[in-house]
Structures are given as structure tokens and as C-alpha cells.
Design a protein around this ligand. Structure first.
Ligand code: F6R
Length: 246
């Protein structure tokens, strides 16, 4: 089957950030109580900076929005400076008018992580599903912490990130040995259930994964290629990330 993923190649990171934030802004203006799906990592940082600017300068409102995050490290408290909850607070939530009780990030310290995953899925169902997921992309093709080999039907669960992912994420930790070896993640199916998906990839180090996701076979060995099965998915890329597309 040929890919149904839309591709938009832009000049640079700034242009990609404006485009991605613009898609969220359009949704929020049309539907102020939209259900947003959010990612962490280096890639979305400029996207959140642009959302904050849109809130500050153009009155983009988040007061009625609900937000679900893709993943969280198991074992890290939300106050830990490497937790994804902490990331969301310092890059977006603290600077817009989203209500704290409408932000859902897995609790990395949950006493029962499996139950935490079931509760996450139930909360998404209770609000009628995610309208728009923002995704990043791992160099090995992962989306959220769905590593190569992930079941296309997978739902939120506890996973062990690949060594390549732990290595890549260790750049944020003072001591690489501190990188948690387990995580809670939305599943492939949890993501594919979203009504729209925007994947952002920046830089030449993502080019191989981008090409495999869009032009490769739709197989679990490249989880992002499973997005080919979604009817409304767009990749926003800078030129470097798009450089291996034919
Ligand atoms: C994080 C997430 C991950 C990242 C991916 C790329 O919430 O979903 O899949 O999107 O690891 O990370 P960066 O953007 O740091 O290259």
C-alpha cells in the first residue's frame, strides 16, 4: 500500500515550529475544548515556544483544552527535572492558561504502573479521544516509547526503551547511569486512534528514520511507518530531515 502520510518540507526549524504550532492554534480556535496529545524531547521545544508566543501575543487560549502526554519515565517524580511532567511545565503549561487538572501526564511514581496505564486510556476515552497528537521521531523509528517491534495494536503500557533510546536520552542527564530503564507509554493504537497526527522531525540524524517511516514498508520494525495506516497524518520536516526522501 502506498503511504498516505502527507509531507511538508520547510526551510528550517523555526518554520517547522510555526507550522506545527499553527495547526494546534487552528484547532484551538475552532474547538477551544480540544483534546491535545503532546510530546516531549528537543524537537517540540520550538513548537511549544511558538504556542507560548501565540498565547501571549495573539490571545490563543488553552483554558478549556485538555492535554495528554505520550510518555513518562517510570520511577521519576513529576518534580524531577528530567521527568516529562517537569518538561511540560517549563516549556508550555506554566506559560499558557491551561488548567492543571486538564493536563494528563503518566505518574512516573504510580504505585501500580499497569493500573496507571489503564486509567490513562480510560481518561482519553472519557473525553472522547485525542483530536490532535504531536509526535517526535526516534532515530530508530520509535514514536513515544514504542520501540521497533511494538505491536500495532498496543495500548498504553510499561516498556523497556531500547539501548539506542536510553543512550540518546542520556544527553539530558548529568549521570548517564541515572536514565530510567523503564517507561510508561501510550501505545501505537492509542496514537493511531487520534483524529489527526502531526509528526515533527528536525536534522540530518532523523533523515533515515523519516525515509523509512514514509517510504518503507508499513511494519513494526519501524513503528513510525505504522502511521501510514492513519487517514490524517502529516510529517513536518526541515530540509535536513527530509534529505533521504526520494
Ligand atoms: C517523547 C517522545 C519520543 C521523542 C523522540 C525524539 O515524548 O515521544 O518518542 O519524540 O525520542 O526525541 P527528540 O525530539 O529529543 O529527538
Amino acid at each position: 500500500m502506498s503511504s498516505r502520510i502527507d509531507v511538508c518540507v520547510l526551510d528550517d526549524e523555526a518554520a517547522v515550529a510555526v507550522a506545527a504550532a499553527g495547526i494546534f492554534a487552528e484547532l484551538l480556535r475552532r474547538r477551544p475544548d480540544a483534546v491535545l496529545g503532546l510530546a516531549t524531547g528537543s524537537t517540540p521545544e520550538p513548537v511549544y515556544a511558538e504556542m507560548v508566543r501565540l498565547h501571549r501575543d495573539e490571545g490563543l487560549g488553552f483554558a478549556r483544552a485538555r492535554a495528554f502526554n505520550l510518555d513518562e519515565y517510570l520511577g521519576l517524580d513529576g518534580d524531577h527535572d528530567q521527568s516529562y511532567r517537569f518538561f511540560m511545565q517549563i516549556h508550555l503549561f506554566d506559560y499558557v492558561d491551561i488548567r492543571p487538572w486538564n493536563t494528563f501526564v503518566f505518574d512516573g511514581k504510580a504505585a501500580d504502573p499497569e493500573q496507571e496505564c489503564l486509567a490513562f486510556e480510560a481518561k482519553i476515552r472519557a473525553v472522547g479521544g485525542v483530536d490532535l497528537w504531536l509526535l517526535g521521531l526516534g532515530t530508530n523509528g520509535h514514536i513515544a516509547f514504542n520501540e521497533p517491534g511494538s505491536d500495532p495494536a498496543s495500548r498504553s503500557r510499561v516498556v523497556t526503551p531500547d539501548a539506542e533510546t536510553v543512550e540518546a536520552n542520556s544527553r539530558h542527564f548529568a549521570d548517564p547511569a541515572e536514565v530510567p530503564t523503564e517507561a510508561l507509554t501510550a501505545g501505537v493504537s492509542t496514537i493511531l486512534d487520534g483524529r489527526k497526527i502531526v509528526l515533527v522531525a528536525l536534522g540530518a540524524h532523523k533523515a533515515d528514520a523519516v525515509a523509512r517511516a514514509i517510504e518503507g514498508d508499513r511494519l513494526p520494525d519501524c513503528p513510525a511507518s505504522l502511521l501510514q495506516g492513519h487517514s490524517d497524518c502529516i510529517f513536518l520536516l526541515d530540509r535536513a530531515a527530509a534529505s533521504q526522501l526520494s
